[in-house]
Design a protein around this ligand. Structure first.
Ligand SMILES: Nc1nc2c(c(=O)[nH]1)N[C@H]1C(S)=C(S)[C@@H](COP(=O)(O)OP(=O)(O)OC[C@H]3O[C@@H](n4cnc5c(=O)[nH]c(N)nc54)[C@H](O)[C@@H]3O)O[C@H]1N2
Ligand SMILES: Nc1nc2c(c(=O)[nH]1)N[C@H]1C(S)=C(S)[C@@H](COP(=O)(O)OP(=O)(O)OC[C@H]3O[C@@H](n4cnc5c(=O)[nH]c(N)nc54)[C@H](O)[C@@H]3O)O[C@H]1N2
Ligand code: SF4
Ligand SMILES: [Mo]
Length: 716
């Protein structure tokens, strides 16, 4: 009998534990494993995750584009092609003409090596990653308030005994199903509060006395949160002792929320004033309460301020760092947490260090064995990077590792055009994603079950990913690929390929930083310890942050007054930030607000889950959720093909009629390519503080799609 390998699911940040056992047919079988985050549970994606290892269209040989399409080549030829192209572009246009786009699904080792590769082998400042689309607003808010950004500053199991959990813009019942187990305590106490414009699967968990579903207009959460803080002040519900001893800035917050009394909040959000008052009282009365945010409130042009308002509320009530209570954001991608700590962000060096900080540069340069002046300065965030593809002074070559930008970026029509203007597009992936299909060179890499490494889960816990199977065909680890390219580019420093050795280097580079891993190694992690960072050498880690101080020098949390910018609370958004024509404010009867998000069955761009037959059968195409009254007004019936139009473009889907959505709102998942891509509609407007794009609030018109309407759309 073959014994299985203890590892974790390849998909989301819950990192459910599983045992993977090699199967006779070359694949593997999945068995759930007991672990605090999943308690022996898995969702459909986890159960079927091994199928992707042996999908028929897995790429196992490097591909180079010729006039006749892709041809299979050997590694030497592929890497020579890449290195020659990169050298030429660098010589002609300088190192910043090469861009790198990383991913929050990469192991810590790969994310670290990619950041080092960009700075040392390419000499470019222009690296950023898809976590910019995911965690950047929550991260900016957390850094600003606490001086530290760890999604959950406490173990997930701390939620189990909560009396009240305020869940804003998160649909965990679909996006992290086993997580729902940690909400049972709050449900039993009648204290689960779900804030979502849709009656989502998670909102339905509040039925039958388990809690309350609050249904604001999309993008009005900031006003709702200001209203809750207004009630806290007005009714003397703040934890004055905590506020005085552990925070600064409360007076400014008091002034900023004064104009947001509940009746005015009702006018802007649609949430009844009585609900605003009772919610604030409920939260204040609970001994154990949590405030949690998800992408629904963060993926907006004011996402950082909205997350800040949620943090202010939690601080006013004295929840942060109090045993059994807290504030957190639910990190999304498998390594969304670690992926933002080790240097793939344009402004960061390993250990969550600032690339502009001379001491940080000196430390990391020391580990790399280079002069600090060799390390470039800060680059540009993801949306800006995608906006400069093939532009004068922009990027002429792009290397993509772990992202499918032509499906998941905002305004993918523009992204596709940008990729088309490049001189060289190099994509590493294990399937021919929609982005890989546009590449000049495709490099086949290993999947989770074929590699060793570490991931950092949503609770800041570093865990081991373990190898069960050999890589198929010629597929190679990205660590090997980067090392071979570094050699071809005459890069300084050393380029180890053993994950445990790369981890040791990462640990040294992180020493003394905010996300300090220096006390960890693969061997230590293999003993099964619960390693929550910071984990400096000699420590035993930090399951709970903020119990007696925050990350700022004075040890206090900073409350930052935030106010709605122009347009907030109005039915339709105004454009801020770069790119494209304005969507305008106001609105007419034919205009609806599009919110985008996830289905249980599919993961992100769908590059992986659209290859798993069970998942495709359950959710084959993009369904557009519309309220029956709205549909009737537009002459749309259930199952009709519909066309959505925004200032960015058009997309098509199938109408699903549901009373779970507001009359003024439609919902579309972003998991599908081509005509069904929701991101053909989104605009490249970003939050000025985090550079997070606006994914959750786009002005659209919706109508029945006829064959005539289908013409004129670009082919996928
Ligand atoms: N099945 C599945 N699971 C996943 C993923 C996946 O792709 N598929 N991806 C993983 C990743 S990377 C992430 S980031 C997480 C995301 O996990 P979630 O944050 O749970 O996912 P979303 O569906 O993007 O958004 C959550 C909810 O926000 C609501 N919403 C939209 N606009 C607003 C608004 O203005 N205000 C409020 N209050 N709510 C709003 C939507 O209706 C939706 O129900 O999921 C992770 N897990
Ligand atoms: N409209 C709209 N758009 C959104 C969102 C939304 O809510 N609405 N959510 C945003 C969010 S939160 C996120 S996180 C992004 C995610 O968006 P994407 O970047 O598109 O995410 P994935 O589909 O996970 O793409 C990962 C790709 O990398 C490959 N891959 C996986 N592991 C590895 C690896 O180890 N190495 C390499 N080289 N490749 C690998 C996969 O096969 C896949 O092709 O989408 C964002 N886009
Ligand atoms: S909840 Fe996330 S980690 Fe768990 S099985 Fe599903 S996709 Fe995998
Ligand atoms: Mo995400």
């Amino acid at each position: 009998m073959t014994t299985g390998t203890a590892t974790h699911c390849p998909y989301c940040a819950l990192q459910c534990a599983m045992t993977l056992t090699p199967a006779a047919d070359g694949g593997a079988t999945v068995t759930p494993r007991e672990f605090p985050t999943n308690r022996g549970g898995l969702c459909k994606k986890g159960w079927t995750s091994a199928e992707l290892l042996t999908v028929p269209d897995r790429i196992t040989t490097p591909l180079v584009r010729t006039a006749h399409g892709f041809v299979e080549v050997g590694w030497d030829e592929a890497l020579d092609t890449v290195a020659t192209g990169l050298r030429r572009i660098r010589a002609e246009s300088g190192p910043d003409a090469v861009g790198v786009f990383g991913g929050g699904g990469l192991t810590n080792e790969k994310a670290y090596q990619l950041g080092k590769f960009a700075r040392l082998a390419l000499g470019t400042s222009r690296i950023d990653y898809n976590g910019r689309f995911c965690m950047s607003s929550a991260a900016a808010a957390g850094n600003r308030a606490f001086g530290v950004d760890r999604g959950l500053p406490f173990p997930v199991t701390d939620l189990d005994d909560a009396e009240v959990v305020l869940l804003l813009g998160s649909n965990v019942a679909a996006t992290m199903p086993p997580f729902v187990r940690h909400l049972e305590g709050a449900r039993a106490a009648g204290g689960l509060v779900v804030v979502d414009p849709r009656r989502s699967a998670t909102a339905r968990l509040t039925d039958d006395g388990a809690g309350v579903h609050v249904q604001p207009a999309p993008g009005t959460d900031l006003v709702l949160l200001l209203g809750l803080a207004n009630v806290v002040f007005a009714e003397g519900l703040a934890d004055e002792a905590y506020v005085a001893s552990r925070t600064s800035g409360a007076d400014a917050v008091r002034r900023s929320v004064a104009p947001w009394w509940p009746e005015r909040v009702q006018e802007h959000t649609g949430v009844p004033a009585g609900v605003v008052r009772s919610l604030a009282r409920r939260l204040a009365a609970a001994d154990r309460a949590h405030v949690l945010t998800g992408r629904g409130v963060e993926q907006h042009v004011d996402g950082t301020d909205t997350a800040t308002a949620a943090i202010n509320l939690a601080l006013l009530l004295g929840l942060v760092g109090r045993p059994g209570s807290g504030y957190g954001t639910l990190t999304g991608q498998g390594n969304g947490q670690g992926g933002r700590e080790h240097g793939q962000k344009c402004d960061q060096l390993p250990g969550y260090r600032k690339i502009t900080d001379p001491a940080a540069r000196e430390h990391v340069a020391g580990v790399w064995g280079v002069d600090p002046s060799v390390i470039p300065g800060p680059g540009v965030p993801a949306v800006e990077l995608l906006g400069m593809l093939g532009r004068p002074g922009g990027v002429r070559a792009l290397m993509v590792h772990g992202a499918n930008v032509v499906v998941s970026g905002p305004d993918v029509g523009a992204v596709r055009e940008g990729l088309g203007r490049l001189d060289l597009l190099v994509v590493s992936d294990f399937v021919l994603s929609e982005t890989a299909a546009l590449a000049d060179v495709v490099l086949p890499v290993t999947q989770w079950a074929e590699e060793e490494g570490t991931m950092t889960s949503l609770e800041g816990r570093v865990i081991r990913r373990r190898r069960t199977l050999p890589p198929p065909g010629a597929a190679r680890s990205e660590l090997d690929v980067l090392a071979d390219l570094a050699a071809r580019l005459d890069a300084p420093s050393t380029w180890p390929t053993e994950p445990a050795v790369v981890f040791d280097e990462l640990a040294r580079a992180s020493a003394g930083g905010i996300a300090d891993y220096s006390g960890l190694s693969h061997d230590l992690l293999d003993t099964g310890i619960a390693a929550h960072w910071p984990y400096p050498a000699g420590s035993t880690g930090t399951p709970r942050l903020f119990t007696d101080r925050f990350g700022h020098d004075d040890g206090r949390a900073r409350m930052v007054p935030v106010r709605p910018r122009s347009g907030a609370g109005e039915p339709l958004p105004r454009r801020t930030g770069a790119g494209g024509p304005g969507a305008g404010g106001g609105g007419t009867r034919s205009q609806l607000t599009l919110i985008t998000g996830r289905l249980l069955e599919h993961y992100q761009s769908g590059a992986q889950t659209r290859r798993v037959p069970e998942l495709v059968a359950a959710a084959p195409t993009a369904a557009v959720e519309i309220h029956p009254d709205t549909a009737a007004r537009l002459g749309i019936r259930a199952g009709d093909p519909v066309e959505l139009r925004s200032t960015s473009g058009t997309a098509q889907g199938t109408a699903t009629l549901t009373e779970d959505i507001r009359h003024d709102t439609v919902f579309m998942p972003f998991h599908f390519p081509g005509d069904g891509a929701a991101n053909r509609l989104t605009v490249a407007a970003v939050d000025p503080l985090s550079a997070m794009p606006e994914f959750k609030r786009t002005v659209v018109t919706v109508r029945l799609a006829g064959d005539a309407l289908r013409t004129g759309t670009e082919p996928s």
